[in-house]
Ligand binder design. Sequence first.
Ligand code: PEP
Ligand code: MN
Length: 285
Amino acid sequence: MENKRKPYQLVSREWKKENTVIQLKNTSIGDGTLSVIAGPCAVENEDQIFTICEFLNKHQVKILRGGAYKPRTSPYSFQGLKKDGLILMRNAADKYGMNVITEVMDTNLVEEVAQYADILQVGTRNMQNYQLLRALSKIDKPVMLKRGMSSTMEEWLLAAEYILSGGNYKVIMCERGIRTFENATRNTLDLSIVPLLKSVSHLPVIVDPSQGTGVRELVLPMSLASVASGADGIMVEVHNQPEEALSDGAQSLYFDQFGELMGRLKTVAPVFGKSLDLESEKILS
Ligand code: PEP
Ligand code: MN
């Protein structure tokens, strides 16, 4: 008889029926709450990251994002503050009891990044860097695997399989848009993959509408659409001065836009069976 087994195993629902839940400090991903991950594209300086972190904490965001090692298309663009960025971000997050997610670009940086981050992000350009995936399979920290911009779902799941098969089961999938002929948006956010992914895999799914659209005005509607698609959370870029941002300013939300987004999520999430992980209603009411 023909073997209809999928090429991936450990990431599949056939292997494990229950949703994988990623436990963090004060929160978890994939437990039925809607996780909101927010912060600047890149850590730029102390004032910037502390200002943004303080603002996000007021909105009860529990996971701070920010790049310290930045994969930039041009070698002349800002490459990130590197280790100094990791330290600044860790200090800002610790001040407010938040978790840190940041990108690890290279195998030889896994140890350093894991020392400061609560979740290690694999960027779209590295989804098929198998050496990196193998190195991440040996650490005891969650990994968020962004979809390769030209990758199929199967390739993406097989990349995740590298991490699980090496012994790290704490993997989060992140849809961040794929390359298509459409150039009016930076990428084409493939939200149809979310319910499909959730049906074939037990891993939590986050959507990044910031890289997914490249346009800050599109972040709110696509965040709401992400919730409707069944995502376990969203990751958005927010900046205190988007026009001064050293990377991805055009897709970074202003503070008031982020406030509006949180208000809308609070209304919309319950409609789709998710609650926002908020201790009190005082900030958003
Ligand atoms: C980012 O999150 O800032 C980023 C570089 O993401 P991606 O790898 O999806 O482009
Ligand atoms: Mn970015």
